[in-house]
Design a protein around this ligand. Structure first.
Ligand code: C6P
Length: 416
């Protein structure tokens, strides 16, 4: 047990009361401990109710009808866009493009801005810390264009090697793609300074905020990001909707990603003209109820305060790091200082495959993720095949970390 006093600024029990899914036993007498939040978060009643009410009372298509329901649906859909813009401090809601998820947001940039701007004379920088969503699109784009791709290596402590980054920045570099918060090592990267360095050589930046926006205050203008991507489902919102923020002049100059209805202003047999931002990038009917749900999730998080969310996660993560260090043989990858991390811990257990670790923890009611977490280059850096990962959110308690540790002692007993 920890010798430190365990404190959090959050009333976690009150928060837990808002999440129906948490109040269940995975088998009789074994309550669920949900520590797979980096994969997807649970949803509070406020989000579930907002979406249910939308379907019960409003449901209509947006931007098309002139009847009351269509108008109400449009107000809700566009109101959600405004809400998202305020949450990340975008200059304008027209810079918030609805996508399906962070992966689609990044692909949108690769297959529009990237195709238009990257040539065989250019270089793209990404890092060994990326989720495949911010790695594979750039690899494929570089291959197709015959461009060079450079990878910022990880330093020994699980941060990015910033000296190597500085050395690889030159006038050939046209695009820099960096993850804000890693989904494996947990590191929060100093992206403000990395973006500034990229801008100094004239490069455009794509920031993967899938693991930062849910957990900390993010101000896209203060960061200076050209493009910023995230997913609703990791931040208490529904699946099926994500966000791409982009600087207006870049979005204006980009061709559409998909074409069809909604994204046009004029269509004749001679040709078509594109709609204004943000609709130019939103072909077809969008995820309307999901936008409503995402706005409710943002209200819920903002009500708590993102600084409080972050402080709670750092307290739980610091406690987890301390307790994981007690279990003989466990190796945690990434910075051991919780203040440099988001709320997750990836680790290996001697003689036990991460899938076995997850399996045994599952019998103890503890849900974690095992595997490469769609970040194979990061695992290759450590010369390991896979890790077990426990990831925390606003509703996780210190007691739940204790349940994880008890389960890990069982794993150690079984695997020697
Ligand atoms: N990581 C995890 O368990 P999507 O799937 O598009 O909503 O998010 C992709 C993504 C992009 N970047 C980072 C840093 C991420 O962590 C993820 C999703 C999940 O780690 C599922 S693989």
């Amino acid at each position: 047990m920890s010798t430190n006093v365990l404190t959090t600024p959050l009333d976690v029990e009150a928060i837990r009361a808002d999440f129906p899914v948490l109040h269940q036993e995975v088998r009789p007498g074994v309550p669920l401990v949900y520590l797979d939040n980096a994969a997807t978060s649970q949803k509070p009643l406020a989000v579930i109710d907002a979406m249910t009410n939308y379907y019960r009372m409003t449901n209509a298509n947006v931007h098309r009808g002139i009847h009351k329901l269509a108008e109400d649906a449009t107000v809700a859909y566009e109101g959600a866009r405004e809400r998202i813009a305020r949450f990340i401090n975008a200059e304008s809601a027209v810079q918030i493009i609805y996508t399906r998820n962070a992966t689609e947001s990044i692909n949108l940039v690769a297959w529009t801005w990237g195709v238009e701007n990257i040539t065989a004379n250019d270089a793209i920088i990404t890092t060994e810390m990326e989720h495949h969503a911010n790695f594979v699109p750039w690899q494929v784009l570089a291959e197709r264009k015959g461009a060079e791709i450079r990878y910022v290596p990880l330093a020994e402590d699980g941060t990015l090697d910033l000296d190597a980054y500085a050395n690889m920045l030159d006038e050939k570099v046209k695009l820099v793609a960096i993850v804000h918060g890693s989904n494996v090592v947990g590191t929060i990267n100093p992206i403000e300074e990395m973006i500034k360095a990229a801008h100094d050589v004239g490069a455009v930046t794509v920031i993967d905020g899938a693991q930062s926006v849910p957990h900390m205050s993010v101000d896209v203008q203060a960061l200076g990001a050209d493009f910023f991507a995230f997913s609703s489902h990791k931040m208490l919102g529904p699946t099926g909707i994500g966000v791409l923020y982009g600087k207006r002049h870049l979005l204006e100059a980009m061709p559409p990603y998909m074409v069809g209805g909604n994204m046009i202003s004029k269509v004749t047999v001679e040709g078509s003209k594109w709609n204004d931002l943000p609709y130019k990038f939103e072909a077809g009917t969008g995820a309307i109820a999901e936008a409503v749900g995402l706005a409710a999730a943002i209200d819920y998080l903002d009500n708590i305060g993102m600084d409080v969310v972050h402080a709670h996660e750092q307290a739980v993560t610091a406690y987890a790091l301390e307790r994981l260090a007690e279990v003989p043989g466990i190796t945690v990858i990434g910075p051991l200082d919780a203040t440099k991390r988001g709320g997750l811990t990836s680790f290996t257990v001697p003689n036990a495959h991460p899938h076995d670790v997850a399996e045994i923890l599952n019998t103890e009611g503890v849900a974690i993720r095992a595997g490469r977490h769609c970040a194979q280059p990061t695992h290759e850096h450590y010369c390991i095949n896979a890790t077990a990962r426990a990831s925390y959110y606003i509703y996780n308690t210190f007691d739940e970390v204790d349940r994880l540790i008890t389960g890990l002692y069982k794993v150690r007993e079984m695997f020697g």
